[in-house]
Design a protein around this ligand. Structure first.
Ligand code: HEM
Length: 521
């Protein structure tokens, strides 16, 4: 009776509920499908910690796919995926059957239909327009920008080292990456490492709101009157207006530049004075509404800001715990860079630096979960699912799985051999997803890798980092990325070892003599 069971399977696949099939075919002993394990006792477990930690505990008990239900099933029921082959199926092989679901709903107020939340139709057009802007020559041009921003941070740290003051690194990294992304995406200098202007405050107001909304159980912000009377919501609206007005101004300025320039547009087009993504888009004749353009710029601002900041924060935290890794890193940087600014050629040579960052992204993936909603019925492994399921792919669980990783909790960059490939989702078969995978994979992966390599290399070359005496314990909390609960307070000391001057032929970069000397003093 193979055909009977095949018919039953087919009906299940197209979404006919089991309750209707049971009277016709009997119970489902031979359909090969199982019921998805249901996690219980989860509500209590989910309070008080960043939500991905109890999800990890539940993964150890329930396996690579389980259902988590809060209250009545119709209100909120999530599927938690921690199995690499199911993750691959959702993100890559059957990606068109999944949308961004709750994530798009939560982020709508700030990203509109920008690339991260966009539905398939808009996404396809916008991805095709934006990805070419991040071509190799653009990313190479950004290396100088990363160096300048890190150098400004070095000057701050140098002053702190002189004054014997401890510094809170998480907020400094956040400001540094804000400065970088503002210039890189729309040629705006937030200069947030030096100033606290209204626009910087507005960006943080909006970011915090996005994070609060992503962890809030009740969408207060949707209640019509609440929006107008809640002081917090009014502040958010004012911040959004300021950012949007600023973006409109920047778009207008950029349009004027493009109109006046004589440069012919081509594939690897970069305007030297303004190499921003916005400039590329306008010069390419991108035919897009100003609202969509703003949504895309805002999306890239947010996507490329706190992610990179979080990577740097956790990398330095990990380095303070493993001084052996820090000194190996310093050896590499000394011999590759000596005392000059990094160039694009150095990115290939700073292999250990790159492995340190890959390992930091394994232990602290940013974001720790990917969110999807099924647009049609599907089969995940042995389990049929319905259209409309909300799904969390726990990258945290994939990256911490004790069956997959040797000594999964250890910070061990050596697990990635230097003569092997740069680890990514393809060569790790979706057990490692630092930048997602499939068609919605991060467009800024190379940008972010180079940004963090430059920052780590320049910082460890000049300073040693230790947790400050009496610093609060470093706990995790989460919004879109993993933050620390109370910052990371560090004691910064200048390195006493003179940097080795590299023997390789160098493109000389002029560095301010005093500052260079002080780094080796
Ligand atoms: C998407 C991580 C930096 C722009 C993603 C995704 C991940 C990710 C995991 C996939 C999200 C999903 O599938 O739901 C990171 C990390 C970064 C980083 C860890 C830094 C270390 C950047 C930068 C930019 C950027 C610098 C901009 C220049 C985007 C965009 C998407 C995205 C636009 C959406 C792509 C799409 O849906 O087509 N990122 N990202 N990211 N990222 Fe990044």
């Amino acid at each position: 009776y193979g055909w009977v069971s095949q018919l039953r399977r087919g009906l299940l696949k197209i979404g006919v509920p089991k309750v209707f099939l049971e009277p016709l075919f009997g119970r489902d002993s031979d359909d090969g499908f199982l019921d998805i394990p249901q996690a219980t006792g989860s509500i209590r477990a989910l309070s008080g910690e960043p939500f991905f930690i109890p999800l990890y505990e539940l993964f150890l008990s329930y396996g690579g796919l389980f259902r988590l239900t809060f209250g009545p099933k119709v209100i909120s029921s999530f599927l938690i995926v921690s199995d690499p082959s199911i993750a691959k199926h959702i993100l890559r092989d059957n990606a068109r059957a999944y949308s961004k679901g709750i994530l798009a709903e939560i982020l709508e107020f700030v990203m509109g239909t920008g690339l991260i939340p966009a539905e398939e139709q808009v996404w396809r057009v916008r991805r095709r327009a934006i990805v070419p802007a991040l071509h190799q020559k653009y990313v190479a041009a950004m290396i100088g920008l990363f160096g300048e921003a890190t150098d400004r941070l070095c000057q701050k740290l140098d002053a702190a080292a002189s004054d014997g003051e401890d510094v809170e690194m998480e907020s400094l990294f956040s400001r540094m990456t804000l400065d970088v992304i503002g210039k890189a995406v729309f040629n705006y200098d937030f200069d947030s490492l030096s100033n606290d202007t209204g626009i910087v405050e507005a960006v943080y107001t909006v970011l915090r709101e996005a994070e609060d909304r992503s962890v809030s159980p009740i969408p207060f912000w949707d209640i019509p009157i609440w929006k107008d009377i809640s002081p917090k919501q009014r502040k958010v609206s004012a911040a959004l207006k300021l950012i949007n007005d600023t973006l409109d101004d920047l778009i207008a300025i950029c349009k004027r530049m493009v109109d006046q320039e004589e440069l012919q547009f081509h594939e690897e087009y970069v305007n030297e004075k303004d190499p921003s993504i916005l400039h590329f888009l306008l010069a390419s004749g991108d035919d897009v509404s100003s609202k969509q353009l703003r949504d895309d710029l805002m999306t890239m601002l947010i996507a490329g800001h706190e992610t990179s900041a979080a990577v740097l924060t956790w990398t330095f935290y990990l380095l303070t715990k493993e001084p052996g890794v820090l000194s190996k890193l310093q050896d590499e940087v000394d011999s590759v860079l000596g005392d000059r600014f990094p160039t694009v050629d150095d990115m290939k040579k700073l292999k250990y630096t790159s492995r340190v960052i890959s390992e930091s992204l394994r232990l602290y993936p940013q974001p720790p979960v990917l969110i999807r909603r099924s647009l049609e019925n599907d089969i995940l492994g042995k389990f049929p699912i319905k259209r409309g399921e909300d799904i969390f792919i726990s990258v945290w669980n994939l990256h911490h799985c004790p069956n997959h990783w040797v000594d999964a909790e250890a910070f061990n960059p050596e697990r990635w051999p230097l003569d092997g490939p740069n680890p990514n989702e393809i060569n790790q078969n979706f057990s490692y997803l630092p930048f997602g995978g499939g068609q919605r994979k991060c467009i800024g992966d190379m940008f972010a890798s180079f940004e963090t390599i430059v920052a780590v290399a320049m910082l460890v070359r000049r300073f040693n980092f230790q947790m400050a005496l009496g610093a609060p314990p470093v706990g995790m909390t989460t919004g879109a990325t993993i933050h620390t609960t109370e910052g990371i307070k560090m004691t910064i000391t200048r390195r006493t070892r003179p940097p080795i001057i590299p023997t390789l032929e160098t493109k000389t970069v002029v560095v301010d003599g005093d500052r260079t000397l002080s780094s080796s003093a």
